[in-house]
Design a protein around this ligand. Structure first.
Ligand code: ADE
Ligand code: ZN
Length: 326
C-alpha cells in the first residue's frame, strides 16, 4: 500500500475525539503503576489483543475500564497532552475534544480535577504547539436525565472553557429525546449542542437529535443513508456529520471500509467530516483515518480537501480562526 504522506501533510481539523479514547496502552500502564491501580492485563500486547469488538457495547465496556487509571489532575493533563502532540505530528491545527465527566465523578474523582488537567493541557497546546481548541462535555446516555442535570450543574462554574455539550455511550434504547430538557437548559446557558446519533441507532435518532436537541452537528450519523428524506434535509441545511471511518469498521457498523458511505454522502452534498473517535482503541488518529479512505475508496486530493473544508465550516472556532484555517 502507498504511504500517502500527503495525507499526513494536509492541515486537518478534528471534531469528534473522546479524550478518554486517546488513552494508549503504554500510558494506561504507566498511570496504573503511578496510581497503584490493578489492570486486568499483564502487558501492553495483551491490552492491544483485547481490542477486538463486535459492537459498540463491547468497546464501551473496555473503554470505561481503561479510564480507571485516570485519578489525578496530572493524569488528565498527560492524557490530553499526549493527544495534542500526536495532533502536532499529523498537522492537525484545530481540535474540539469530548470528555465524559461522569466516567470519573462516578468513581469519586472531582469534576474540577478532570477539567483542570484537561484545560491546562489545551492551553499549553495553544501556546506551545499552535493548536487551537474548544472543549465539549458529554453526558452518558445510559445514565439518567437527573444525573445529566447534576453534571450540567457542575459545569456551570466552567462555562468560559466549555463551548458545548454532547451525548455519547450506548445508543440503542437511549434516544436523544431522553435528554431534551437537559439540552434545553444547556442552550439557555449559552452552550452549543451536539449528539451521537445514527451510529448503531436508527436514522430516526438523527431526526430527534436535530429537532429535539437542536444540535449544531450530528456525531457519526452514517445510518442517515437509510432515510432519503433525511439525506436531502442534511444536504439542504448543511448539517455536519462527524464521521469516524476506523471506528465504524472496528465496531462493525460497516463490515469493510470499502462499504463505507462517507464519500457517497460527500458527493451528495452532505457536510461530512473525518475524525478518529477513540484512536487508541480503533487503530489510528486523523492521518490513519484519511489513509484508510484512500486505500479502500480511492479518496482523491479534491475530496480530502473538501472534507477538511467541511470540518472548518462545521467547527466552533471563531470566524477569525476559521478564516486563518481556510
Ligand atoms: N464513547 C466513546 N466513543 C463512543 C462512540 N463511538 N459511540 C458512543 N459513545 C462513545
Ligand atoms: Zn464518539
Amino acid at each position: 500500500k502507498a504511504s500517502h504522506e500527503w495525507l499526513n501533510q494536509l492541515p486537518k481539523v478534528e471534531l469528534h475525539l473522546h479524550l478518554e479514547g486517546s488513552l494508549e496502552p503504554e500510558l494506561m500502564f504507566a498511570l496504573a503503576q503511578r496510581n497503584n491501580v490493578e489492570l486486568p492485563f499483564k502487558s501492553v500486547e495483551e491490552v492491544r489483543a483485547a481490542y477486538e469488538f463486535s459492537n459498540l457495547q463491547d468497546f464501551l465496556d473496555i473503554y470505561y475500564q481503561g479510564a480507571n487509571v485516570l485519578i489525578h489532575e496530572q493524569d488528565f493533563y498527560d492524557l490530553t497532552w499526549a493527544y495534542l502532540t500526536k495532533c502536532k505530528e499529523q498537522n492537525v491545527m484545530h481540535v474540539e475534544p469530548f470528555f465524559d465527566p461522569q466516567t470519573h465523578t462516578d468513581r469519586g474523582v472531582a469534576f474540577r480535577t478532570v477539567l483542570n488537567g484537561i484545560i491546562r493541557a489545551l492551553k499549553d497546546g495553544q501556546e506551545k504547539l499552535g493548536i487551537s481548541s474548544e472543549l465539549i462535555m458529554c453526558f452518558l446516555r445510559h445514565l439518567s436525565e437527573e444525573e445529566a442535570f447534576e453534571t450540567l450543574e457542575m459545569a456551570e462554574a466552567y462555562l468560559d472553557v466549555i463551548i458545548g455539550v454532547g451525548l455519547d455511550s450506548s445508543e440503542q434504547g437511549h434516544p436523544p429525546e431522553k435528554f431534551s430538557r437537559v439540552f434545553a437548559k444547556a442552550r439557555e446557558l449559552g452552550l452549543k449542542t451536539v449528539a451521537h446519533a445514527g451510529e448503531e441507532g436508527p436514522a430516526e435518532y438523527v431526526w430527534t437529535a436535530i429537532n429535539d436537541l437542536k444540535v449544531s452537528r450530528v456525531d457519526h450519523g452514517v445510518r442517515s443513508i437509510d432515510d432519503a428524506k433525511l439525506m436531502s434535509h442534511l444536504a439542504e441545511t448543511r448539517m455536519p456529520l462527524t464521521v469516524c471511518p476506523l471506528s465504524n469498521t472496528k465496531l462493525c457498523v460497516f463490515d469493510d471500509m470499502s462499504e463505507h458511505n462517507i464519500l457517497t454522502m460527500l458527493e451528495d452534498g452532505v457536510c461530512v467530516t473525518v475524525n478518529s473517535d477513540d484512536p487508541a482503541y480503533f487503530g489510528g488518529y486523523m492521518t490513519e483515518n484519511f489513509v484508510a479512505l484512500a486505500d479502500a475508496l480511492n479518496l482523491t486530493e479534491t475530496q480530502a480537501v473538501s472534507l477538511v473544508k467541511n470540518s472548518i465550516e462545521a467547527s466552533f472556532a471563531n470566524e477569525q480562526r476559521k478564516a486563518e484555517m481556510l
